[in-house]
Design a protein around this ligand. Structure first.
Ligand code: ZN
Length: 191
């Protein structure tokens, strides 16, 4: 396994639309090795998720995992999940305001409206079907990662630029109110 370099905002790869992966490709040792690298890189950087495009591979694969994450201590755990060719569909029209950050956008967070309830269809790393409805912060994480596969970054979706903050100023001025709001959300929708 190897830790890969993470592309930073401004690099054109982050603005590409990643291409679908075929079943044969997914079964190949090269892609399976790549998925191991993606997971290792995500964990090394304390990311809640990482899309292949962020490590310069414009293919539709992302990894998600939350487990006592020091960058996001308020996030409920998400077991390691690899999504291949994911398709997301909002369920209903409820949204919530998520304070997001990104390993490709250094030292910046901002508020993005995300669907609260989300239907997820994808393959896992073995090509088996994932078909589930996710909620709340978990749904927000999925939407952030799948945006990457379409060349989008969270800053594109920040509707009020006055919410932009460094991580230090987030801790100082925004965290308490945000954690209070998302705790209420987690208590209501379960994640
Ligand atoms: Zn990101």
């Amino acid at each position: 396994m190897a830790i890969r370099k993470i592309a930073q905002i401004g690099h054109p790869v982050l603005r590409q639309r990643a291409r679908e992966v075929t079943r044969d490709e997914l079964a190949s040792p090269a892609i399976q090795q790549f998925i191991d690298d993606l997971i290792e890189t995500m964990r090394d950087a304390s990311g809640a998720g990482l899309a292949a495009i962020q490590v310069y591979e414009p293919i539709r694969i992302c990894a998600i995992e939350v487990n006592q994450n020091p960058r996001y201590p308020y996030k409920p755990p998400i077991p390691l999940t690899v999504l291949v060719n994911p398709v997301l569909t909002p369920v209903g029209d409820e949204t919530f305001d998520n304070y997001e950050g990104c390993l490709s956008v250094p030292n910046l967070r901002g508020v993005v409206a995300r669907a609260t309830h989300l239907h997820v269809r994808a393959w896992d790393r073995h090509g088996d079907a994932i078909d589930e409805v996710v909620h709340g912060l978990k749904a927000g994480t999925y939407q952030h990662e799948v945006d990457h596969l379409d060349g989008k970054l969270f800053v594109d979706r920040v509707t009020d630029p006055r919410t932009l903050t460094t991580w230090t100023e987030f801790e100082r001025y925004h965290k308490d109110a945000f954690v209070e709001r998302v705790t209420a959300l987690v208590n209501r929708v379960g994640s």
